[in-house]
Design a protein around this ligand. Structure first.
Ligand code: DQA
Length: 149
């Protein structure tokens, strides 16, 4: 059984981008953290990143098909800035009936006003905000509990 971990725009720069906000851990390190966390529960991680909104939409559809086939428990999604702009991602998550845990490394609510609104939150099963990269681990754990217990 797989858990998808989908990352949106600029998260490929993790480690060097605003380290005072996002830390110095790289996305490759995050992938390793996720593999370890999921592996403890016998889950396989499908870890991806794209700077393109439509690709993320396609991936949500793919997760939907995998969930429907019983091969995946859903997705952990850090949509980056598309969180605050993308009706398309909102509709994809809703339309594909994908269990999604929304993740933000930083506490978006103590940052700029434009980061306070999320198009994903109303269609997310849960939200993990402000725990740094450990939020991915918490999100995998949360998704597992919501879908497998
Ligand atoms: C982010 C927060 C977003 O506001 C921002 O655009 C990002 C990263 C986070 O993980 O804290 O790219 O999703």
């Amino acid at each position: 059984t797989t858990v998808f971990v989908l990352n949106g725009p600029n998260l490929n720069l993790l480690g060097t981008r605003k380290p005072e906000v996002y830390g110095t851990t790289t996305l490759a390190d995050v992938e390793e953290l996720c593999r370890r966390a999921a592996g403890e529960h016998g889950l396989t991680v499908e870890f991806r990143q794209s700077n393109h909104e439509g690709r993320l939409v396609d991936w949500i559809h793919e997760v939907g098909a995998e969930v429907a086939a019983g091969r995946s428990i859903g997705a952990v999604v850090n949509a980056g800035a598309y969180t605050h702009t993308s009706v398309a991602l909102h509709d994809a998550i809703e339309g594909a009936s994908v269990p999604v845990i929304e993740v933000h490394i930083s506490n978006v609510h103590r940052r700029e006003e434009f980061r306070h609104h999320s198009y994903l939150s109303p269609v997310a099963a849960g939200i993990v905000v402000g725990f740094g990269v450990q939020g991915y681990v918490l999100a995998i754990e949360g998704l597992r509990r919501l879908t497998q217990e």
